[in-house]
Design a protein around this ligand. Structure first.
Ligand code: 5RP
Length: 597
């Protein structure tokens, strides 16, 4: 039995009562009613289950047509007799086919509702959607007519810009005629489907990838300010921040569901389903250049594994202290440099400070005959700016010491890199170097890689689609990294594309994952890798794609942390020892922490 947009509204006024249609999905969406209610609309006839807050007493409720009054009846003050009032036999067969297809004559309260249905329909069918045009009434500016189309509608207008100077976007349009025309009904003030063209002239997106249709269309970061001027939420309460930090529609649904009294898990489940699967949520950690919300550990899912902060620092890191940490790390790093050395320069904000400090020592005459091999344009430019002479990697036989940052480090010295899309050359440089020093602030030390950052993969542009599919089969959620101040994807210094792959449960086996990703034809960085026991005591050295190190390279990781204004730089081993001591004492309460094998 298919219901077409038979909107069903439930207004929840009793916080300890939760309403949870078990079939949340693309067919279901939420919208905000007034401030203290949650309005649930579904496009099908759902089975509504009213439970207590812990979901342990499900009560099937007659779900044909609930309206506000009926719901208030059921969830009223004297709800102790609720079970008597509901019709236990009236649950609906959930195998009913979902139908979000527009139909001529279908009506909507608002144009927003119509657009939302069109988006859902596009998602469901596997095509991207676009607003084509709308007409406004002159007298009051109200939209009287709107046309929504498939994103392959029409053809792109001729690009008159100079060939070779501008990078043209790919033409994806096929002049597809699929559209829905929504018109305002004068008498009722509702919007009605006037015309609907259904046949596409191109293939639709397969099920595995269609879940990105919505995401990719909607969320483009124009500006991202990263640094907070206040302390961040401690791990215990952090999950509740989600309530305040989500920005995407599924997030606002999540936000609403939280405020309605739905338990955290249920709300998470709801949100997961709204983006097709849990893996699409992962952690809300951002990657500098991708679409997510924060770089710090805000909005993190329950599963995120962070280092016991007490082992390193009790304090959150402000912008200034982050700078101070980087400075302290850089000073410590350049202390390892001797005159006559060839230096490998990584990239990123931490490596930049190293270049600056190196330049200072050279200017002061404390270091002489220093040559640097830079990993990308940016670090080469910086080196020039700070008076560090650069040479080509092909002009040197060896690199004495290489400095680099990282996006995540675990206690096995597995590194996750590539936030700056330069990991391929960094990996080459670091593998050539006799010694490699990785500089990170404490927030980047994690128990399990992938907890906060995606795995960056550099991909040959012509191979992007097959590589994306292959990456998805590895259990990741791949996403082409989009540029911030340019339309379209990030193009690396080597002319390739970047794909960020998120793993919802983090990375279980870094070495294996690196191997498997690098085996995919079209993935640029194809390093063998791994294990380097000669330089490790209890630490293995693994590398993930977007990572470096080489079997002959000694890798040390310096970790900067700040505690009550005091900045310290420790090696990863020192940090680890303090974790073990805390673990033995039971003083940090983190008894789950496992010693790496
Ligand atoms: O891998 C990198 C660039 O590809 C960087 O080293 C990594 O992203 C860390 O950057 P930052 O020091 O700015 O945090």
């Amino acid at each position: 039995m298919a219901y077409r947009f038979d909107a069903l509204s439930l207004c929840i006024k009793t916080p300890q009562i939760s309403v949870f249609p078990p079939n949340w999905g693309p067919e279901t969406y939420l919208s905000r009613g007034n401030s203290d209610t949650l309005q649930v609309r579904t496009t099908e006839k759902p089975k509504i289950t009213v439970t207590d807050a812990d979901f342990d007493k499900p009560l099937p409720v007659q779900s044909s047509i609930f309206n506000l009054e009926k719901m208030d009846d059921i969830l009223g003050e004297n709800s102790s007799s609720m079970s008597d009032r509901v019709d236990a036999d009236a649950s609906i067969n959930m195998d009913d086919q979902v139908n979000v297809k527009p139909e001529v004559g279908m009506k909507f309260d608002t144009l927003g509702d119509a657009w939302e249905l069109w988006e859902k329909y596009g998602w469901w069918m596997g095509f991207g959607v676009r607003k084509n045009y709308n007409n406004k009434r002159r007298k009051d500016g109200v939209i009287s007519n709107a046309v929504y189309v498939c994103n392959k509608e029409g053809r792109r207008a001729e690009d008159k810009r100079v060939v070779g100077i501008v990078r043209r976007r790919w033409e994806i349009r096929t002049n597809c005629k699929v559209m829905v025309n929504i018109a305002l009904e004068r008498d009722t003030g509702k919007y009605k489907v006037k015309e609907f063209v259904e046949e596409h002239n191109h293939a639709l997106e397969p099920t595995e990838t269609r879940k990105w249709l919505l995401e990719t269309r909607k969320y483009k970061v124009n500006k991202f300010v990263e640094e907070h001027n206040h302390a961040l939420e401690p791990p215990e309460t952090r999950k509740w921040l989600i309530h305040g930090t989500m920005t995407r529609p599924q997030d606002s649904a999540f936000d609403l569901s939280c405020s309605s009294g739905i338990t955290f898990d249920a709300a998470h489940e709801l949100r997961s389903r709204k983006v097709a699967e849990r893996a699409n949520i992962g952690n809300q950690q951002c990657h500098k250049s991708t679409i997510h919300t924060t770089k710090s550990n805000i909005g993190v899912s329950k599963r995120s594994l962070r280092l016991p902060v007490s082992a390193i620092s009790q304090n959150s890191t402000t912008a200034e202290s982050k700078d101070a940490l980087k400075r302290a790390l850089a000073k410590r790093a350049v202390g390892l440099v001797k005159s006559g050395m060839v230096i490998g320069l990584g990239t990123g904000s931490t490596a930049s400070v190293v270049v600056e400090e190196l330049g200072k020592l050279i200017r002061q005459g404390q270091l002489k005959d220093i040559f640097a091999v830079a990993a990308n344009y940016q670090s080469r430019i910086l080196a020039k700016q700070f008076g560090v002479k650069t040479v080509d990697l092909n002009d040197v036989n060896a690199i004495d010491i290489a400095f680099d940052g990282a996006d995540e480090v675990d206690f096995n010295k597995n590194l996750l890199k590539g936030g700056g899309a330069a990991h391929t050359m960094q990996k080459v440089i670091d593998s050539v170097a006799k010694e490699c020093v990785i500089l990170v602030d404490h927030a980047k030390v994690v128990r399990q890689l992938g907890s906060t950052s995606p795995v960056p993969v550099e991909v040959l542009p012509p191979a992007i689609s097959p590589v994306l599919r292959q990456l998805a089969t590895l259990g990741g959620v791949p996403e082409v990294r989009l540029a911030l101040r340019k339309d379209g994807p990030v193009v690396t210094d080597l002319g390739n594309m970047m794909v960020d792959v998120r793993f919802s449960n983090g990375i279980q086996n870094a070495a294996e994952l690196e191997r498997r990703i690098n085996m995919i034809p079209g993935v640029v960085e194809n390093g063998k890798r791994i294990f380097c026991s000669s330089h490790a005591t209890f630490l293995h050295i693994h590398c993930v794609v977007g990572i470096l190190s080489g079997s002959r390279t000694s890798v040390s990781v310096l970790v900067g942390s700040e505690d009550a204004g005091n900045i310290t730089v420790k090696t990863l081993e020192e940090i680890w020892n303090s974790v073990i001591i805390a673990h033995r004492d039971g003083s940090n309460g983190e008894s789950r922490h496992q010693i790496p094998q």
